[in-house]
Structures are given as C-alpha cells and as structure tokens.
Design a protein around this ligand. Sequence first.
Ligand code: FES
Length: 138
Amino acid sequence: MYSEKVMDHFNNPRNMGEIENPSGVGTVGNAKCGDIMRIYLDVDEAGIIRDVKFKTFGCGAAVATSSMATELVKGKTVEEALQVTNKAVMEALDGLPPVKVHCSLLAEEAIHAALWDYANRQGIVIEGLKEPVADITA
Ligand code: FES
C-alpha cells in the first residue's frame, strides 16, 4: 500500500523538531482527520532557506510528507519553496494511496503558512503566495 520511500520517511523522518527563533512558522490542520502540522523556517539574508524543521501530530503519511517537504525546500529560495506543491511531494515519495492525498496537501499548506509568516515578519510580499487559513492553534 505504501511505497518504500514513504515507509523510509515515516520510520526515519528528516528534519523533525523545532527551530528556536525561526524566521517563520506555519501551523495548519485538517478538520476531518484532526491532524496538525507545523513547519519552522530559518531563512538567511539572501532569502535562502538554510534550515527547516517540522512537527506533525498526525498519521504516518503526514509524517512522511512533512519529512519529504522539508527535504525539498531546504537550500531553496523562498520563491522556489513556493513551487513545492503537494504533487511534487507525492512524486518524490513515489505516490500515496488516494485516501492519503490530503496529508500531502497539509504539507504544502504548512510550508505556505510558514512562508506567509516569514513574509509578514520581513514586511515583504512573496509573489503568488496566498494568505493561509487562520492558524488553527492560535
Ligand atoms: Fe489526515 Fe493523514 S489522515 S493528515
């Protein structure tokens, strides 16, 4: 049912944890399954994501997609990170079962929410970035 890559990222999640004094934080949730995902970004002066961490209170696919999403945005510019869609995350994981597609969407939304927070703190606009739904934990 799950690809080897999904199982690998579930069993050995990359970039799990928190960043102290992050450049941006985003928390999103899915009302149906109740899962929550939080992404922390550390962005340097040039707008490059030098570190990224996640915390996920959710299913195995949510853990695997968070892990892969952080791997995909690390080292990228904030504009490039915006292009990391849930489709890209799923492809990188060699697919997800249809009932688990929403888990990858949560990863995309969490990254966007963290980028939004970063842009707000910096007083900048990231072209194409939409305001996330309100922080459900606020
Ligand atoms: Fe909801 Fe996976 S079941 S995030």
